[in-house]
Design a protein around this ligand. Sequence first.
Ligand SMILES: [Cu+2]
Length: 128
Amino acid sequence: MIAARNLALSLLVILASVERGLAADIKAKAEVSCTPTARPLEYDCAIKLSDSRSGEALTGVEVTVGADMPSMPMAHNVKPVKAAPGGEPGAYRARILLEMYGDWAVRVDLAGQVRDRIVKSMRFEPKR
Ligand SMILES: [Cu+2]
């Protein structure tokens, strides 16, 4: 009897972890658009997160935005910034400060209920 109960318990534990595994398995889709502020190399980035399968907005996610220059490995050290929730579900915004103009890989890290990393290639040019 005790063995049977233990087996039932371990099955429950396995089921619980499978469920958790599925929740962590959400693939996020991110739309990122950055607009320059008045300060050189500073951008306000709007991020829209959705479940890539269902298209549903991803709310309550911890979003961090960083940036690297693929053409200049190790040359830059842009401090990742935490994004704040934006006006609508799935919307977040972050202000980033780059170190030069050019092609950057903008990295959006998701933590909390959804864990994922999305990298966007984006070109930043001086205002003209
Ligand atoms: Cu560079």
